[in-house]
Write a protein that binds this ligand. Structure first.
Ligand code: 5GP
Ligand code: ZN
Length: 136
């Protein structure tokens, strides 16, 4: 597999590893938003979170929580963002499932997302449409 995270998992390219078990690896992001920014990945290759089997997704988030507690404590973060970019349009650049654990500080003043507004009655319609898909 010609995937950079698979290569890190196999030890073919170096990474600042912070946690490893049978199924998961966590290492520092090479271009951090803030120092301590960590990526948690399943060792098995899936393109993104949506392609990853449910059981692995469940376990992945347990590892994310464990790693996040250690990251927060270490860098004395005031908060954390957990982020999973899915698809090119969402900014995904490495197509191997990963969760970003991003330490945040009150002093960093980063703004995460721009905001939009719904038109009158639109929020109910969107909720209904999404809800229908979940019943199928
Ligand atoms: P995404 O696919 O969610 O947009 O982001 C992938 C992340 O992987 C980026 O934040 C990027 O800095 C990080 N990254 C890309 N290549 C490497 C690498 O070779 N080593 C490490 N440690 N991180 C990487
Ligand atoms: Zn991979």
């Amino acid at each position: 597999m010609d995937c950079i995270f698979c290569k890190i998992i196999k030890g073919e390219i170096p990474a600042a590893k912070i946690y490893e078990d049978n199924n998961f690896l966590a290492f520092l992001d090479i271009s951090p938003v803030n120092k301590g920014h960590t990526l948690v990945v399943p060792k098995e290759h899936y393109e993104n979170l949506m392609e990853t089997p449910d059981e692995l997704v469940r376990d992945l988030w347990v590892v994310v929580k464990k790693v996040a507690l250690a990251v927060k404590k270490t860098v004395k973060a005031d908060g954390l963002n957990f982020c999973a970019n899915n698809g090119q349009a969402a900014g995904q650049i490495i197509f191997h499932t990963h969760i970003h654990v991003i330490p945040r500080f009150t002093s960093d003043h980063f703004k995460n997302w721009p905001n939009q507004k719904y038109n009158n009655g639109e929020i109910e319609k969107v909720a209904e449409e999404i809800g229908k898909k979940l019943k199928n």
